[in-house]
Design a protein around this ligand. Structure first.
Ligand code: A2P
Length: 342
């Protein structure tokens, strides 16, 4: 077993990259050398790793043969260019972009759900980290699927802007400040999206031929792959809301066999990575800002039997999209790699 690993973080100046450093330090991952990589633009900047400051290096001139693990979160195009170079140099890539998720030979991993599939990394040297919205949904739903079989998932998401990166966070701050100063006219979202401040925008990633967005279709494709069940029907609507951290999801499932709300709560209490906050008094439910932001669990609440369907269950599922939805999930994958495979 390898004791100490050299690590590179690609996208080190981004919102996920920063969280990767924070969580590696927090969980005392056995890091030897650690490299902060970004674009040429960031050379000269520093990023924090515990109480150290790391100088940012240019990804394009980095020698990946000096590291054993690379955490990639600089977008799909950067992964397309540099992940193959990294794996050719013997570095295992844990990729947090959509670039490789649907390749048959690349495992798509949520440790609580299909951690046993990590061994498949050997085919290409790449492990894909799923989309943030998918991760928190499958962590909550896997125990129910195992118990009674989920046939259909209807889900509406309420997603924080950090999922779209630092620029989107700055845009929300800027536009909110402008609105509060009375400058409410003429504010448009960047890149053709509608204004996010004081709004809810049903558009994340590109529209597809079937009129769903790519974010929505990621939830469809990824759920089937992670649960290893092509028969699960998934019907998502993905919505961006003016929150900085934490995605929320209203999930409505239909099951093969009937399950009560009490039985679902029992499963949630025992489920790895899940915390149940479920009552009918004011405040007895999780929210992104007050519970999820800055923490690790997937929170579940508002568990109810669907009054419109004999085998329907409703849940409200909340998690920090940058932690469990991205950086933490990647590091959990790396921890299993270190423990079982390296
Ligand atoms: P940089 O700051 O140098 O542009 P976010 O998701 O928060 O927007 O962050 C995106 C991350 O991806 C940043 O660290 C950014 O670095 C990095 N990145 C963007 N383009 C490239 C590139 N061509 N090569 C390497 N890293 C890149």
């Amino acid at each position: 077993m390898t004791e100490i690993l050299n690590v590179a973080v690609v996208g080190a100046t981004g919102v996920v990259g920063e969280a990767v450093f924070e969580i590696l330090a927090e969980r005392k991952f056995p890091v030897g050398e650690i490299h902060a990589l970004a674009s040429e633009r960031s050379v000269g900047k520093t990023v924090a790793f515990g109480n150290r400051q790391l100088c940012v290096q240019d990804t394009s001139s980095f020698d990946f043969s000096t590291v054993q693990i690379g955490f990639f979160s600089a977008g799909a195009d950067v992964s397309a260019e540099y992940a193959p170079k990294a794996t050719a140099a013997g570095c295992i890539v844990i990729d947090n972009t959509s670039r490789f998720r649907f390749e048959d030979e690349v495992p798509l991993i949520v440790p609580e759900v299909n951690g046993n599939k990590i061994s498949d990394y050997r085919a290409k040297g790449i492990i894909a980290n799923p989309n943030c919205s998918t991760i928190q949904m499958v962590v909550a739903l896997k125990p129910i699927h195992d118990a009674v079989g989920i046939t259909r998932i209807n889900v509406a998401t309420y997603q924080a802007v950090s999922g779209a990166g630092k620029n989107a966070m700055q845009e929300l701050a800027r536009h909110s400040a402008a609105m509060l100063s009375g400058k409410s006219t003429g504010i448009r979202g960047d890149e053709g999206y509608k204004q996010i401040a004081f709004n809810a925008v049903p558009h994340i990633d590109e529209f597809q031929d079937n009129r769903y967005t790519k974010e929505e279709m990621k939830m469809v494709w990824e759920t089937k792959k992670i649960m290893d069940d092509e028969s699960i029907n998934v019907n998502p609507t993905a919505v961006r809301i003016p929150a900085f951290f934490g995605h929320s999801e209203a999930i409505h499932i239909e099951t093969r066999d009937k399950i009560s709300a009490a039985q679902v709560c029992k499963l949630m209490r025992e489920a790895p990575g899940v915390e149940l906050i479920d009552g009918t008094e004011a405040g007895q439910y999780p929210t992104a800002r007050t519970d999820a932001s800055g923490t690790n669990p997937v929170y579940v609440g508002r568990v109810r039997e669907d009054i419109s369907h004999p085998k329907g269950i409703n849940l409200w599922v909340v998690s920090d999209n940058i932690r469990k939805g991205a950086a933490l999930n990647s590091i959990q994958i790396a921890e299993i790699l270190v423990k079982n495979y390296l």
